[in-house]
Ligand binder design. Structure first.
Ligand code: SF4
Length: 401
């Protein structure tokens, strides 16, 4: 493995806060996210930070290993209870690169409390030996980028695999010993209809996977698919059609045994993603790698999204420290995404403790209006979105922005 291309150190903007970050990192176990920024080809809708330049792969892995060590030492080898290897395409890592990253994680952090270690895999890049190797290293959950089981739509999305390969990948994961398998289902693809999505959902759940993430195709940023739509060569489904699909999935997936636990995520009981839940429950996490985001104490930061700058250690890290009102607003803003909702009485008490009672009162008033419209429901001390509220959640979330 080659050496990292630039010095590896805690970003200067974070250095004054290291002692406080270390304190926050020892209050409860962290989640750790690693970003692997490689893909074999670029999907037509993608806005993630990825590259096809595999020449950079060993330098990126070396730098990630170095970052793991630097952060582990700076934070005093804190406990970690969830790991997530995302991207990009982590399944493009060579077996020895995955082993090097895993070994560095074990040395630099206390993985004693680990309850979940997820890696993302693209169906076009997995084989049994690689998956067995990953499983032997301790990775115990795999998220397979299935998206849709329609070959024509997969080609439109620029995916490097067909539907049969996606189903084969799920089976290979099972044979490699991954009992915890998740798939993705994308909604809103030009040319996709309700029957197609429901059929895919049934087929995917029929493979025995325990978890499904439902994504709405997002064309906010410039990408080839957006250009096709803007040029009138492809048409997106209407908002009503998309809402119908989400509504139908809310009925069909529980019937298949996958229960909603977050706006976009369904799982068999006990199969919820522990790592992803920490984002909505405001539990701390450290993200390493280009464009990775972190949350520790009241600090939020994001690494540069410019790969050469990150590799050379000269990227800008964006840091935000939330004030009392902002961090209070995060609780309902993220917590309402969860099916279990938010402990509203607890939030009221926290508002009083922070002298922010008028703010909570104003949220309460607005939520009651949404309650009258059937979008939220107050149940005992908790408030949560209704099925209809989940379809119109952005309107509710505006209260807290
Ligand atoms: S596989 Fe994922 S990260 Fe890679 S180009 Fe496609 S959408 Fe983007």
């Amino acid at each position: 493995m080659t050496g990292a291309a630039g010095p590896v150190a805690i970003p200067p903007i974070l250095q004054p806060h290291v002692a406080a970050l270390r304190g926050a990192a020892h209050r409860e176990p962290l989640g750790l996210y690693l970003h692997v920024p490689f893909c074999k080809d670029r999907c037509t809708y993608c806005s993630f930070v990825t590259t096809r330049d595999v020449q950079l792969q060993s330098a990126v892995v070396a730098r990630l290993v170095a970052e793991i060590r630097v952060w582990g030492e700076a934070l005093g080898r804190p406990a970690v209870d969830t790991l997530y290897l995302g991207g990009g395409t982590p399944s493009l890592l060579r077996a020895e690169e995955l082993a090097a990253l895993t070994a560095a994680l074990r040395e630099a952090f206390d993985l004693g409390p680990l309850v979940e270690a997820t890696l993302e895999a693209n169906p076009g890049t997995v084989d049994l030996a690689w998956l067995e190797g990953a499983r032997a290293l301790g990775w115990d959950r795999v998220s397979v980028g299935t998206q849709t089981l329609d070959d024509e739509l997969l080609a439109r999305l620029g995916r490097i695999h067909g539907a049969a390969q996606a189903l084969d990948a799920l089976e290979l994961c099972r044979r490699a010993g991954f009992q915890r398998r998740s798939g993705d289902l994308m909604v809103g693809i030009p040319g996709q209809d309700l029957d197609r999505v429901l059929g895919d959902a049934r087929t995917l759940v029929g493979t025995g996977l325990e978890h499904l993430s439902i994504y709405l195709l997002d064309l906010d940023k410039a990408c080839p698919l957006k250009a096709e739509v803007e040029a009138g060569r492809l048409a997106l489904p209407s908002e009503d059609e998309v809402a119908d699909v989400f509504e139908a999935l809310q009925v069909e997936l529980p019937r298949l045994g996958l229960l909603p636990y977050e706006i976009s995520n369904y799982g068999r009981p006990g199969a919820e993603s522990r790592h992803n839940q920490r984002y909505w429950q405001l539990r701390p996490y450290l993200g390493l790698g280009v464009s990775a985001a972190s949350q520790l104490g009241t600090w939020r930061w994001t690494e540069t999204s410019v790969l050469p700058a990150w590799l050379e250690g000269r990227g800008e890290t964006e840091l935000t420290e939330l004030d009392a009102a902002e961090s209070l607003a995060e609780i309902p803003l993220l917590g309402l995404r969860m099916h279990a909702g938010v402990d509203w009485e607890g939030l009221r008490a926290e508002g009083r403790r922070r002298n922010l009672q008028p703010l909570v009162d104003s949220w309460d008033e607005q939520l009651r209006v949404f309650g009258a419209q059937g979008l939220v429901t107050f149940e005992g001390p908790r408030v949560r979105l209704t099925d209809r509220g989940r379809l119109l959640s952005n309107a509710v979330f505006q209260i807290f922005v």
